[in-house]
Design a protein around this ligand. Structure first.
Ligand SMILES: O=C(O)CCC(=O)C(=O)O
Ligand SMILES: [Fe+2]
Length: 318
C-alpha cells in the first residue's frame, strides 16, 4: 500500500513513481573528520583541517541545544503547512520559501529539498506577527552563528597573516543568511539527491544537522559520509575563503543523499564578506562577493550549473 500524498510537499515531489532500487553501499563509507574545540581553539589544528579537508566538526560551540531544537521544531511546523499556504504566506516576505533547485526545476535535476531562506539583517525588520517565533529564535541562533564565524575566522586570519582591514572586509558576520531545510521523503533515492554536489559560495557555512544523516563530502576522489554526532556541528570552507587563502584552503564539494524512510532537517548558516569588500589574492583577479554571485547566477542561467571560482582564476601563461 502506498501512503497518501503529503499536502505539505511540493506537487512535483508527489508525482514520481516509487523506485525500489536503492543507492549502492559504496555511498556509506563513514569518516572521522577533524574535531575542533571552540573553547580551547587550536589555530594550527583548525588551519590544517581547512587545508586538508575543508571541513571540521566543531565541539564546545556554545549553541544551547534547546535553541537548536526549538528552531528546528518551528521550521518543521512552518514547513508542514500545506504547500499552497507556504507559497502564499511567504510571498513578498523577507523570509522566503523555496523548494527544489530554484534555478532548475525540471523533474530530472530537482533537489529533493525545501526550506526557508532567512537573510539575518532583514529578519529584524520583519513585522509579520505570524513569524514572530521564527524571528526571535532565528535572531538568537544568528548571534551564535556570527560569534562562531568570527572566532574561527580570526583564528585562520592568523594562519593566513591577514591584516586588520582584511579582517574587517572579508567577513561580515552580521549579514549572513540562514537557511532551514526539510528533506522530504523521496520515493526514488537512486535517481535523486537531497542536494546535488556543490561547493558553497560563502566564507564559511555552519551546519547543524539532525540525527538522520545523509551529508557527504568529496575527499580524495571518494564520497565520504559525514554522520551526525550529537552536540557537534559541521563547518565547511566556502569559495570565498578558498580565494582569500589563495587556494591554501579548499572549498569542499559536498552533497546530501535523498532518503526514502525518514525526513531530514538541517539548519545552515552562510557567512559572507562585507558588501563591496574586494577579495585580493595572487591566483584570482580581484572580485567582490557580489561580482562572484552575479557570475554564478549568469552561469546557472546559461549552462545550468555553477562554474564558480574558475571564472576568476588567473590563467598561467605557460
Ligand atoms: O543540509 C545539509 O546538510 C547541507 C546543506 C548544504 O550543503 C547547503 O545548503 O549548501
Ligand atoms: Fe552546501
Amino acid at each position: 500500500m502506498t501512503s497518501p500524498p503529503d499536502h505539505s510537499y511540493p506537487p512535483l515531489f508527489r508525482q514520481i513513481q516509487p523506485n525500489p532500487i536503492r543507492r549502492s553501499s559504496e555511498d556509506e563509507i563513514g569518516v572521522h573528520i577533524p574535531v575542533i574545540d571552540l573553547e580551547s581553539l587550536d589555530d594550527d589544528a583548525l588551519a590544517a583541517a581547512c587545508r586538508d579537508w575543508g571541513l571540521i566538526r566543531l565541539e564546545n560551540h556554545g549553541i544551547p541545544s534547546d535553541l537548536s531544537m526549538k528552531l528546528e521544531n518551528e521550521t518543521a511546523r512552518l514547513l508542514s503547512l500545506s504547500f499552497e499556504e507556504k507559497e502564499s504566506r511567504f510571498h513578498g516576505s523577507p523570509v522566503s520559501y523555496f523548494w527544489g533547485t530554484p534555478a532548475m526545476r525540471s523533474l530530472r535535476s530537482v533537489n529533493w529539498v525545501e526550506g526557508l531562506h532567512i537573510p539575518m539583517d532583514q529578519l529584524r525588520s520583519d513585522v509579520d506577527s505570524s513569524f514572530s517565533a521564527l524571528r526571535s529564535l532565528g535572531a538568537e541562533y544568528g548571534e551564535h552563528m556570527a560569534r562562531i564565524a568570527r572566532k574561527i575566522f580570526d583564528a585562520v586570519a592568523r594562519d593566513l597573516k591577514l591584516d586588520s582591514s582584511q579582517l574587517w572586509s572579508y567577513l561580515d558576520e552580521s549579514h549572513g543568511i540562514l537557511r532551514v531545510y526539510r528533506y522530504p521523503l523521496c520515493p526514488d533515492v537512486a535517481n535523486y539527491f537531497g542536494m546535488d554536489a556543490h561547493t558553497d559560495s560563502s566564507v564559511w557555512s555552519i551546519l547543524n544537522q539532525d540525527s538522520v544523516g545523509g551529508l557527504q563530502i568529496l575527499h580524495g576522489n571518494q564520497w565520504l559520509h559525514v554522520p551526525p554526532v550529537p552536540g557537534s556541528i559541521v563547518v565547511n570552507v566556502g569559495d570565498m575563503l578558498q580565494a582569500i587563502s589563495n587556494d591554501k584552503y579548499k572549498s569542499v564539494q559536498h552533497r546530501v543523499l535523498a532518503n526514502g524512510d525518514k525526513e531530514r532537517m538541517s539548519l545552515c548558516y552562510f557567512a559572507f564578506p562585507r558588501e563591496g569588500g574586494v577579495v585580493k589574492s595572487s591566483n584570482y583577479r580581484p572580485f567582490t562577493y557580489q561580482d562572484f554571485n552575479a557570475q554564478v547566477q549568469q552561469d546557472v542561467k546559461d549552462f545550468g550549473f555553477k562554474v564558480g571560482l574558475e571564472r576568476f582564476r588567473i590563467k598561467s601563461q605557460s
